[in-house]
Write a protein that binds this ligand. Structure first.
Ligand SMILES: [Zn+2]
Length: 266
């Protein structure tokens, strides 16, 4: 089935408008990843063109992906009400771990993702999850990192239990391509949320640690509609985002196993 350019343009505008309306309506808690936007586009295209029941292989009108402005995550103004508090220690560990494999000394095409566990405590009296610490587990390819070594997982698990905490989620990095969760990440999250339903996924883009942003977001997934939603968090203690790049720069040699500084004759 072929449609002429002019019709196609007006259909595209209508679809774009509908996607925007839908997102606006749902956005308070929802986060749309690129893949979900694509799906949404498909759904709305079907709706508008009324071709819902036509067989997928034949006769279905396909429009090229419609470029949408990035959909930014939400509801961060109410940090004081946040049910998640994260320590500066955990932030520094996660940020420095992600920078270790994606920094200006490494060519950008060699930057890779890192992955690790989040350890925390849960305060039943007020429902606040405290993310106390992070346990770096590994690094992977440019677009995917997973915890491959079960022995290391067990070791981390034992260390976490010893410190009277529990595994409350996981983190991974998106060096330079922004904070969002993909459909692939749903599988990983499912394991954590079936372990503990309040488990979280933290994603960090070290590239966004620029003095204006902490560079990370925290999510949970809704497995009924297979969508991610972001959860507001607060930092425990005082961390000035403007200081973060400088602190991390100071930590860089330590991360590489070198001394932070030496006296001249040391
Ligand atoms: Zn990812």
């Amino acid at each position: 089935m072929k449609i002429d350019d002019k019709t196609s343009d007006s259909i595209r505008d209508a679809i774009k408008q509908k996607i925007k309306e839908k997102i606006k309506k749902e956005l308070l808690e929802e986060v749309y990843t690129e893949l979900q936007l694509e799906e949404l586009q498909e759904e709305i295209t079907d709706e508008i063109l009324g071709v819902k029941n036509i067989d997928h292989s034949e006769g279905k009108i396909r429009l090229d992906p419609i470029p949408m402005e990035p959909v930014i995550t939400v509801a961060k103004s109410d940090r004081s009400d946040a049910k998640i508090k994260i320590t500066v220690k955990a932030i520094l560990k996660i940020a420095s771990h992600s920078l270790k494999y994606a920094n200006t000394n490494i060519r950008k095409e060699n930057w890779v993702e890192v992955i690790g566990l989040l350890a925390g405590t849960y305060d039943k009296s007020n429902g606040i999850l405290h993310i106390e610490d992070a346990y770096p587990m590994g690094h992977g390819t440019a677009v995917y990192a997973e915890i491959k070594d079960y022995n290391n997982f067990t070791r981390a698990y034992e260390d976490i239990v010893k410190s009277k905490q529990f595994i409350c989620g996981w983190y991974h990095s998106h060096p330079s391509y922004g904070c969002f969760m993909s459909r692939e990440d749903l599988g990983t999250q499912k394991r954590y949320q079936s372990f503990w339903d309040k488990s979280v996924a933290l994603v960090i883009d070290p590239y966004q640690i620029n003095g204006k942003s902490l560079g990370f977001d925290i999510y949970r997934a809704n497995f009924t509609n297979k969508k991610w939603f972001s959860v507001p968090y607060d930092v425990r203690g005082n961390l000035d985002v403007r200081m973060l790049p400088e602190i991390l720069e100071f930590m860089a040699p330590i991360i590489e196993g070198k001394p932070a500084y030496l006296e001249y004759d040391e």
